[in-house]
Design a binder for this molecule. Structure first.
Ligand SMILES: Cc1cc2nc3c(=O)[nH]c(=O)nc-3n(C[C@H](O)[C@H](O)[C@H](O)COP(=O)(O)OP(=O)(O)OC[C@H]3O[C@@H](n4cnc5c(N)ncnc54)[C@H](O)[C@@H]3O)c2cc1C
Length: 406
């Protein structure tokens, strides 16, 4: 059962405490002090807890349950995503790449801008290069305006490495450097984020939960550290999430003992997540169902695009644009995830000692995130680091070893 809390009110009680006490007052019932007399159903009233407890399933954190360690690269541009157009021979190319750690989150908003530019001349057909989040959403949006759309890609889903991204709504993760963007970029970012959120809203509640809300528990052994201070050598990444405060409530600190995390300090927040296996399947099924085609093809130089029958092309090649279009501003940012066998009952996110956990239906994502946005910056190594995975899983195992012991 997802997103539900169970209030434990005595071992076999189904009423909540306030309703019970209100009922007793109305009937001139029992006094409270030292009350151990059985209630109407025979449960001793002294068993009632003083505060509701949030019931959470434990995570089975062990390296034996890790079935994969995946690595992929974020396509980061200091100036933010590229969304301009260029003419290559007789072909109009609309760029839509360079979304850093925010590609899944900003895709609908960014692709709406790209699709508008591509369709300005009302072409009958449009080519989309790339089948990642930007390619799929560009293709669907262009198609919904009446164009015949073909996706050409070196890899299509589910073989695109970014299907192994975390799958959280992180719209300003490594999206740009604060001092490298145009003055209008923060507003453009907000427009992209809100357009995307609207679209995600229409994908909530579907079979397979392609998009859903989850609670995240931010667990710390002492007082939570404040916002991370940037080191002297660290780049100043743009941060705009506070512009969406009307959608996402602030984290709340929970009363001590309210969760099975024992004496730890626990804050709770809510976020949107994507079950990327189900989400990409939903998108591609819709695209193909409306007549869209996906063709495997690799392009090596911009001139290759002019061989396509379509004369309007949306370029969604992510990091591939570095080689294809010679964009030397693109920087790879490495990210690694260890995947635990899914547990249906484990339906919440956790952050503990620099390790982030997201409960995807195709695997529980365990990711080391300490070091902030500089982590993996400029690193294009695709080799899995097993020690990193072991350390993350060990931190979680230690947390869950004391889980439920209050
Ligand atoms: C570890 C990790 C976790 C992440 N977590 C999140 C998250 O939680 N939320 C979020 O919003 N973002 C997240 N991201 C970022 C996100 O995955 C990227 O921003 C996103 O994948 C970029 O999408 P894209 O469509 O531009 O590129 P990609 O997904 O990389 O797709 C590129 C496509 O272009 C094709 N292509 C490339 N070059 C060529 C060529 N020359 N010819 C033909 N085809 C080509 C590829 O085959 C592929 O189909 C994460 C990234 C990493 C690494």
């Amino acid at each position: 059962m997802r997103g539900a809390y169970y209030f434990r009110v005595g071992a076999h009680f189904s009423l909540d405490r306030r309703a019970l006490l209100g009922g007793m007052a109305a009937t001139g019932g029992l006094g409270l002090a030292g009350c151990t007399a059985p209630g109407a159903n025979g449960v001793a009233l002294s068993n009632l807890p003083t505060s509701p407890r949030i019931n959470l399933a434990p995570l089975r954190a062990s390296m034996e349950r890790v079935f994969d360690i995946s690595v992929c690269l974020r396509p980061f541009r200091p100036a933010g995503p590229r969304l301009d157009t260029e003419q290559v021979g007789d072909t109009l190319v609309v760029h839509n790449y360079g979304h850093g750690g925010s590609g899944w989150s900003l895709s609908w908003g960014s692709s709406a801008i790209a699709a508008r530019k591509a369709l300005a001349g009302s072409p009958a057909s449009v080519a989309v290069i790339g089948c990642g989040p930007l390619g799929m959403t560009s293709a669907i949006l262009a198609q919904s305006s009446g164009a015949k759309v073909t996706i050409y890609a070196r890899e299509s889903m589910p073989d695109v490495p970014s299907i192994r991204a975390t799958g959280s709504f992180t719209p300003d993760s490594r999206i740009a450097l604060a001092d490298q963007v145009d003055a209008g970029f923060p507003d453009l970012w907000e427009q992209m984020a809100r357009t995307s959120l609207k679209r995600f809203g229409s994908l909530l509640g579907l079979a397979g939960d392609p998009v859903r809300w989850i609670d995240r528990y931010l667990v710390s052994d002492g007082p939570p550290a404040g916002p991370r201070q940037r080191g002297p050598d660290e780049l100043h990444f743009a941060a705009y999430f506070s512009r969406l405060r009307d959608v996402f409530p602030r984290a709340e600190t929970l009363p001590s003992g309210a969760t099975p995390f024992g004496e730890a300090v626990v804050r709770r927040e809510s976020n949107i997540m994507f079950n990327l296996a189900s989400y990409t399947h939903t998108l591609l099924t819709a695209f193909r169902g409306a007549g869209g085609r996906v063709e495997r093809r690799e392009f090596h130089v911009p001139g290759d695009l002019t061989a396509l029958p379509e004369k309007v092309v949306i370029n969604c090649t992510g990091l591939g644009a570095k080689a294809l279009f010679g964009d030397q501003t693109l920087v790879p940012v490495r990210g690694q995830i260890a995947w635990l066998i899914p547990q249906r009952e484990f339906d919440y996110g956790v952050n503990y000692r620099g390790v982030n956990v997201v409960p995807r239906t195709d695997g529980i994502c365990v990711q080391a995130v300490s070091g902030g946005d500089m982590r993996g910056y400029g690193d294009e190594s695709l080799a899995p680091n097993r020690q990193e995975a072991e350390e993350s899983v060990a931190a979680l195992a230690a947390l869950y070893a004391r889980f439920g012991q209050v």
